[in-house]
Write a protein that binds this ligand. Structure first.
Ligand code: ADP
Ligand code: MG
Ligand code: ZN
Length: 615
């Protein structure tokens, strides 16, 4: 068998994605590799295909139990003999895995790094041939990375203890050079072929929005996507609790996930989401590394994450099957403060120098993330620049490319707001919060204003013609651009570092206004009505009907086998099947995503539904 046959027969793909083939060829020729691809880019194939072609068993080092479980389940569905060893197995189950591994029954064995050091595992490795070790999520080895796992540091030692040195491959989605260098050094890769590929995800639509009211904006976004499955990421556990409760009260089928929940609830909620019993998952970043769910059609960030890497990894969980999907970040000024608070403090094993260096890195990452929220340029281009991949200047599929900005001169109202803040402080000896400051500026006439003699200020009522909401937007912008600053404790507003230029040096202030909010909404709407299903635009009714029928077959089979829907076939595969309407198993194999084993196992059910639907 060659690699193309393996790819088609077991994984159902007709061709390799850019980068995959090169990495696979290198491994097969005996060379170590480092593959850098984004989440959803297709790293698994890079070690699963060689595993099928090499003798013996391939070890896959993987950090998370849920990740292993899903991958192994998917492999078995595809007819690949695979198993996993981690702390979740009983002694009896583990013995069974050992026995089968010794009998040569597996091509792939997934293992948690801690398990590699156990004596029973070491004994096993003396008895079986291991030509190839793949280290997935390899950035976990680096203390510069976001997910440092000390147990990864011992992987190289375990590999060195093998009777014969296997080919070693490492995979990650990390951008920074330091982390990549750590991977090569700490895993002791030998002259590895390094490839950075596939960071562009053309099916993802990116947008950054700054709603006045995040909850309402979120609710509106979810209502527009009522029948879709998606993830809402919040920065904190309490954020998850509040947002999830709010959505529940509004009738959205949402569940939640964060590290503060007990394991049983986490598992139950995750399963509700995996099996589409609940369509919306509200979660902290604790949710996800293990989620290969392919039909996630949107990822909404309720808060700005602390790095673009984290953002792209989380957002990248949308549209894994290639269907159109939306990645929307709801940004507000407060997110910066929260993100700063959440920056890691390093770990105890580090010297203070190392901790300082880590902190510097974290700040630089955060800066890049803030830049993404503020840029008026192409959002996709911004991301690709960060990861070091060339791109077109404008992608035409992000909020900024679709909207365009116009600069509005706000110098005069900005001067009014800033000098009002100055005068308030002079008069009262303290600063007012946003709401009160707006009352002064709009000359609200309330008793409290008069009691404090604020009505005597020359700036009282200067923004009479403006709505409180408009004034609030201006203030938010001035805060964001550091013309204003806010006391973190009680929100009192005072002049920020850039105020002096405006007040005393005649500097102009402009505020970018997204020119055509409606047109972005319309573009999104158009995309959704065509992209709501992965069917091609204007697909005839009979294709639509067939697609629905195929989905029902999938539900039935998934129940029968007790696996998530996407383990049977992805939405994209069902859509291609609906379009091609195969009549025979051979024709079915032409459908993208249909491999030999699945065709044999499920083919009849789907072919029947197709035959039935075209009566
Ligand atoms: P990663 O581990 O890099 O996050 P995965 O290996 O889980 O990504 O792959 C993501 C998705 O891409 C899966 O649904 C997989 O079936 C699909 N995929 C991978 N390689 C190909 C290919 N050559 N052609 C089509 N789809 C592919
Ligand atoms: Mg992966
Ligand atoms: Zn763009």
């Amino acid at each position: 068998m060659d690699k193309y046959t393996v790819l088609k027969q077991y994984f159902g793909h007709g061709s390799f994605r850019p980068g995959q083939e090169e990495l696979i060829d290198a491994v097969l020729s005996g060379r170590d590799v480092l593959g850098v691809m984004p989440t959803g880019g297709g790293k698994s194939v890079c070690y699963q295909v060689p595993a099928m072609l090499l003798p013996g068993v391939t070890l896959v080092v993987s950090p998370l139990i849920s990740l292993m479980k899903d991958q192994v389940a998917a492999l078995r569905q595809a007819g690949v003999p695979a198993a996993y060893v981690n702390g979740s197995l009983t002694a009896e189950q583990q013995r069974l895995v050992w026995a089968r591994a010794r009998a040569g029954q597996y091509k792939l064995l997934y293992v948690a790094p801690e398990r590699m050091e156990t004596s029973s595992f070491a004994a096993l490795l003396r008895d079986v041939e291991v030509p190839f070790v793949a280290v997935d999520e390899a950035h976990c080895i680096s203390q510069w990375g976001q997910d440092f796992r000390p147990s990864y540091l011992r992987v190289a030692g375990c590999i060195a203890a093998l009777p014969r040195r296997p080919v070693v491959a490492a995979f990650t989605a990390t951008a920074t050079a330091e982390v990549r260098q750590d991977i090569v050094r700490l895993l002791r890769l030998q002259d590895p072929l390094c490839r950075v590929t596939g960071f562009d995800r053309p099916n993802l639509f990116f947008d950054v929005q700054r709603p006045r009211n995040k909850r309402e904006a979120l609710l509106a976004l979810l209502r527009e996507r009522a029948d879709k499955s998606g993830i809402v990421y919040c920065a904190t556990r309490s954020g998850v609790e509040k947002v999830c409760a709010y959505l529940g009260a509004e009738g959205i089928p949402a569940t939640r996930y964060h590290a503060g929940l007990d394991e049983e609830e986490r598992r139950a909620n995750q399963d509700d989401f995996r099996f589409d019993r609940k369509t919306v998952m509200v979660a902290t970043n604790a949710f996800g590394m293990g989620i290969d769910k392919s039909n996630v059609s949107f990822v909404i960030h309720y808060n700005m994450p602390k790095s673009l890497e984290a953002y792209y990894q989380e957002a990248g969980r949308a549209g894994r099957d290639g269907s159109p999907a939306d990645c929307i970040l709801l940004y507000s000024q407060n997110d910066i403060r929260t993100a700063r608070m959440l920056l890691s403090e390093g770990n105890d094993a580090m010297t203070s120098e190392q901790q300082a260096a880590v902190h510097q890195q974290d700040l630089a990452r955060l800066e890049a993330m803030i830049g993404y929220c503020r840029t008026r340029g192409c959002l996709r281009g911004y991301i690709l620049d960060y990861f070091g991949q060339p791109h077109e200047e404008r992608c035409a599929a992000c909020g900024n490319c679709c909207a365009g900005y116009r600069e509005e001169d706000i110098t005069v109202p900005a001067q009014m707001i800033l000098s009002c803040a100055v005068r308030v402080r002079k008069l009262l000896g303290y600063d007012l919060g946003k709401g009160k400051l707006i009352q002064v500026l709009r000359g609200s006439g309330r008793q409290q204003m008069l009691d404090l003699q604020l009505d005597r200020l020359s700036t009282y009522g200067l923004l009479k013609g403006m709505s409180a909401v408009q004034a609030g937007e201006l203030i938010d912008y001035l805060l964001q651009e550091e013309y204003l600053a806010a006391d973190p404790a009680h929100g009192g507003l005072y002049c920020g570092p850039r105020a002096a230029g405006v007040l005393f040096q005649g500097e102009k202030v402009t505020m970018p206004l997204r020119a055509d909010r409606e047109s972005v909404a319309a573009a999104g709407q158009a995309r959704r009505s065509k992209g709501g299903s992965p069917l091609p635009e204007g697909a005839p009714d009979e294709v639509q009907a067939r697609y629905q029928a195929l989905k029902e077959v999938r539900i039935r089979l998934a129940r029968q086998e007790n696996v998530p829907l996407y383990v049977i076939f992805s939405n994209a595969t069902l859509a291609d099947m609906a379009v091609k309407a195969p009549r025979t198993i051979d024709e079915l194999l032409e459908v993208s995503g249909v491999g030999l084993v699945k065709a044999e196992r499920y083919g009849r059910d789907f072919l029947q539904a197709i035959a039935h639907s075209s009566l």
